[in-house]
Ligand binder design. Structure first.
Ligand code: ADP
Length: 433
């Protein structure tokens, strides 16, 4: 403001100096009159500029700052400059606020900003969907009124927010949310909600899996342990009886071995790190081997036919395909009573190649079919165990087919038999020639 002094100062000083010069020539009256006129003009000039300032102050925001003259030019210039600084910082502030809002909207978790009374000041679109509220409609509504779940209101009022609250959404019971309240600023709160449905599902699967594996291992271990204890307590060993016991222990040990082998195969298939090595697989040759294996497994109890209706090959992993096809064949043998018929068929259907196993076995009720590829799922637990099943075979088949972009088709009729087909897309098929 120091630059303002000079334009304010010089007009009256100049007028006083002029009056002093005129004084000796025309006398004091003329000199004082001249000085008075000059002061009047100066006053008028200030009044006009003051009026321009008042008009500008009363005008709507954004009106142009007047130009002014003399000392007022400098005043208006200062006003104009500070207005520009203010509007630029306002612009920056609103740009930053908009950026923050967009970032908060992009966060995959729900966010509520609550005031000290628990009223919603703002929420992002994820929070709107998870809690079925609206940022606009429910502005300043108490969140406890909108989400009327006892667990939730208890959590809000407990004042202990160290641990998140895990709860099922009342509006959508398939949705599990983890809710965390974070106090901030002047008694305000952030309420964060995360969809942990998938995490919960994986955790349940993990728990079920451990329970299933423990259950599967416990029976054979109990049998083996029981026999070993009876040997320990026996004073004399009866060789004939011992041989039978050894045979039973061997069966149980093989069962555990089978389970561990299947678990390792599943774990290898499920860990995506290992990239599947691929080669051109001569399916006809592979099926000749499988046919022989099936004959030995059946031990003459079934009629077993191999039908090679196609001579195409497959691009895939021979070890995995052997394992998948072997599981389908062994199931057919195990679930087909003596005297039944089993057909292994390799054929083309449209552009797809299919390996099908048809049996005249016990069949499956339609309501169970969609669950057959779940780990440890069995229709008849007793029969599966008796025949050395682990409940993991079809799960392994499904994984292997998925890795080959294929699929498993199942059709069955109870008491009549089943048809299991492994179908492969055209891009995996290599025509003979
Ligand atoms: P398991 O080791 O018990 O055979 P799988 O995963 O191979 O396990 O099969 C799951 C269940 O599907 C079996 O327990 C059985 O109930 C049913 N299943 C599979 N294949 C056949 C079939 N060919 N005929 C009848 N039921 C079958």
């Amino acid at each position: 403001m120091s630059s303002l002094w000079w334009p304010l100062f010089w007009p009256p000083v100049l007028a006083a100096m002029l009056a002093l010069l005129v004084w000796p020539l025309f006398g004091p009256v003329v000199a004082l009159e001249l000085f008075a006129v000059f002061l009047l003009v100066l006053l008028l000039h200030h009044a006009v500029n003051l009026r321009a300032l008042a008009n500008w102050l009363l005008a709507p925001p954004g009106a142009e700052v007047p130009d002014g003259s003399g000392a007022w030019r400098e005043v208006f210039n200062v006003i104009y400059q500070s207005g520009r600084v203010q509007s630029s910082s306002q612009h920056h502030l609103s740009a930053a606020l908009e950026r923050f809002q967009r970032a908060a909207e992009a966060i995959p978790d729900g966010i509520f900003m609550l005031n000290e009374d628990g009223q919603i000041e703002w929420c992002n679109p994820v929070a709107e969907t998870q809690f079925d509220v609206s940022n606009q409609r429910d502005h300043l509504q108490r969140i406890a009124y909108l989400v009327r779940q006892a667990q939730f209101t208890d959590y809000l009022s407990a004042q202990n927010y160290a641990e998140p609250l895990v709860m099922k959404s009342l509006r959508n019971p398939d949705l599990t949310l983890s809710i965390q309240l974070v106090p901030f600023g002047d008694r305000q709160k952030l309420l964060l909600s995360r969809d942990i449905t998938q995490l919960e599902r994986v955790e349940t699967m993990r728990r079920d899996f451990i329970a299933n594996v423990s259950h599967e291992l416990r029976t054979p271990l109990t049998v083996v342990g029981g026999f070993l204890e009876s040997f320990e307590d026996a004073e004399q060993i009866n060789m004939e009886q011992s041989r039978r016991h050894f045979q039973l222990m061997l069966d149980q040990t093989r069962r555990m071995q089978g389970l561990v082998d299947d678990l390792l195969t599943l774990s290898r298939l499920e860990s995506n790190q290992e990239k599947m090595s691929e080669e051109v697989v001569d399916v006809c040759a592979l099926l000749q081997i499988l046919h022989k294996e099936a004959l030995s497994l059946s031990d003459g109890r079934h009629r077993l036919n191999l039908e090679l209706d196609a001579d195409c090959k497959l691009l895939g992993n021979v070890r995995d395909l052997h394992s998948a096809f072997g599981n389908l064949v062994s199931n057919a043998v195990r679930y087909t009573p003596e005297g039944g018929e089993i057909v292994l068929r390799w054929a083309l259907k449209g552009a797809e190649a299919r390996f099908c196993v048809q049996d005249s076995g016990i069949g499956i009720e339609p309501q169970y079919i969609s669950r057959l590829t779940e780990r440890f799922y069995r229709v008849d637990r007793g029969r599966s165990r008796e025949t050395g099943g682990t409940g993991l075979g079809l799960s392994i088949v499904k994984h292997i087919l998925t890795r080959h972009q294929g699929r498993l088709e199942i059709s069955s009729e109870p008491g009549k038999g089943s048809l299991f087909c492994a179908c492969f897309p055209a891009r995996r098929v290599i025509e003979a020639g």
